[in-house]
Design a protein around this ligand. Structure first.
Ligand SMILES: *Cc1c(COP(=O)(O)O)cnc(C)c1O
Length: 378
């Protein structure tokens, strides 16, 4: 699905040098590289505070601890996402409230959010799935009207732009009260191990979160709140700082590959190519709003699992994100859910499949993938 070796060849020189420097300085934890990367990412995103941490799951948990959510508080999030999103809600003793998503862009459905709000609701967690933002303008309005926090799970959309109806733009992860991201190797900005970060424009919240990631310490050996130990190590920060200047070109390469897939598949009767919101109502071809963490198609009236198995035998990695909606997972089942409230996620889990998508996809690879799929579908 990704070609991290190919990508490394291109940046080997700068990555090797910067890692060697960390080793020479023996500044493995909280070294200068962590601070440098933090500042560079703040500048790239146009956000006041980036707080690095150990991974994207921690980042979400810490963001929720930071805004002060308490056991029993209800948190509304999408039924169609990676389990990490709902896992941390449950771990903190908060009540996850899963809701259906939009059939075209796979992101949380605005009307479903409205219906799910109760007197206990304290936060909405939109997940910018597969590389494009949820409908943030509507979500921010609902949050304002109902006094809710907005915590963006931006693990899949770093570098994506969001365009408001007045034409103004901002980066994914800078729109809500606080956001989390992951630097897992296969993410759009990935390190060579685990890593994550929290973003916010709120000075007080940033201060609070800097303590939470470090055992609740604001002054050495004074523990004011219950915290966690969650650090980005200097070697990972060095890798990320070497890759950050390339992020826009990496995302552009993904968009170009997506465009080629779109051209090949858009007329096929069994395939529905990825759609996106305001910037391009229809097929997402020429916008900066989608950074294609995944290139995900819907297969209509054909054997999805048969196609995935066939592609795998032909040497084409192909994944299903996500085969089981969260409300049907053993760990997250709840009496409050009715199957009829999850028509879209139930359908998507049967129809979606994701093709190889990375920064090193060559035209002949894309042709091979396209031809193999078309042959199978007849
Ligand atoms: C990858 C991912 C996470 C978790 O990130 P880790 O760094 O693996 O902990 C959370 N949410 C979403 C939507 C993700 O894709």
């Amino acid at each position: 699905m990704v070609d991290l070796k190919g990508q490394y060849q291109d940046i080997k020189h700068s990555v090797d040098n910067t890692i060697q420097k960390v080793i020479d300085e023996a500044s493995f934890i909280n070294g200068p590289k962590v601070k440098e990367f933090q500042t560079n990412l703040e500048n790239y995103l146009g956000v006041k505070h980036v707080i690095p941490c150990a991974n994207g799951t921690d980042a979400l948990q810490i963001a929720m601890m930071g805004v002060g959510l308490k056991p029993g508080d209800e948190v509304i999030t999408a039924d169609f996402t990676f389990a990490a999103t709902v896992e941390v809600v449950a771990l903190l003793g908060l009540t996850p409230v899963l809701v259906d998503v939009e059939p075209n862009n796979f992101n949380i459905d605005i009307e479903c959010i409205k219906k799910a709000i109760t007197s206990k609701t304290k936060a909405i967690v939109p997940v910018h799935l597969f590389g494009q933002c949820a409908n943030m303008e509507a979500i921010l309005k609902i949050a304002k009207d109902n006094n809710l926090f907005v915590i963006e799970d931006n693990a899949q959309a770093i570098g994506a732009n969001y365009t408001f109806s007045d034409g103004s733009k901002a980066k994914a992860g800078t729109l809500g009260d606080v956001a989390s991201t992951s630097f897992f190797p296969s993410k759009n900005l990935g390190c060579y191990g685990d890593g994550g970060a929290i973003f916010t424009n709120d000075d007080d919240l940033a201060h609070k979160i800097r303590g939470i990631v470090n055992h609740g310490m604001y002054k050495r050996y004074h523990h004011d709140v219950v915290g966690v130990n969650s650090r980005l190590d200097s070697i990972q920060a060095a890798v990320l700082d070497a890759k950050l200047p390339k992020l826009d070109s990496y995302n552009k390469a993904r968009q170009n590959a997506a465009k080629k897939y779109n051209t090949a598949f858009r007329a096929h009767p069994n395939l529905v190519t990825p759609k996106s919101g305001r910037d391009c109502d229809n097929i997402c071809d020429n916008c900066d709003c989608h950074v294609f963490h995944q290139y995900t198609l819907k297969l209509k009236n054909a054997n999805r699992d048969g196609l995935v198995a066939h592609l795998n035998t032909k040497g084409i990695p192909c994944g299903v994100y996500y085969p089981i909606p969260l409300h049907r997972q053993k760990a997250y089942k709840s009496e409050r859910y009715n199957e009829s409230d999850f028509k879209v996620t139930n359908q998507l889990s049967k129809e979606v499949f994701s093709l190889p998508m990375h920064t090193e996809l060559e035209d002949d690879q894309i042709d091979y993938i396209v031809n193999t799929i078309k042959e199978f579908l007849g």
